[in-house]
Design a protein around this ligand. Structure first.
Ligand SMILES: [Zn+2]
Length: 102
């Protein structure tokens, strides 16, 4: 049973505590194209997901879940977007204006 979140810097495992917090674990999608997008989102070089890999619910936005049923699912086509990457892996953001020191 997969229980370890694949995301960078995320060491959450399936525990009683995490289930109490409403945390869920989600397998990689079977759809090849979507799976590639998940892998890209994880930003792991040479990373190829297998069926044992999961991501925890921390990496998805709240509105990306379908909680209507008894089981919390991801909505179709959702790509994980919430990660705690170190700065050097972060996306290029709007440049901050450099303030020159006198
Ligand atoms: Zn995680």
């Amino acid at each position: 049973i997969p229980s370890h979140c694949t995301a960078y810097n995320c060491t959450l495992r399936r525990k009683i505590e995490t289930s109490k917090l409403g945390m869920t674990f989600h397998r990689f999608p079977r759809d090849y194209g979507l799976r590639r997008k998940w892998e890209a989102a994880l930003r792991r070089e040479g990373f190829a997901a297998n069926d044992g890999w999961v991501l925890c619910s921390d990496h998805f936005k709240l509105d990306e879940f379908d909680r209507d049923g008894q089981v919390c699912r991801l909505r179709p086509g959702v790509i994980p977007s919430v990660f705690n990457f170190p700065a050097h892996l972060g996306r290029v953001r709007a440049r901050k204006t450099m303030t020159k020191q006198p």
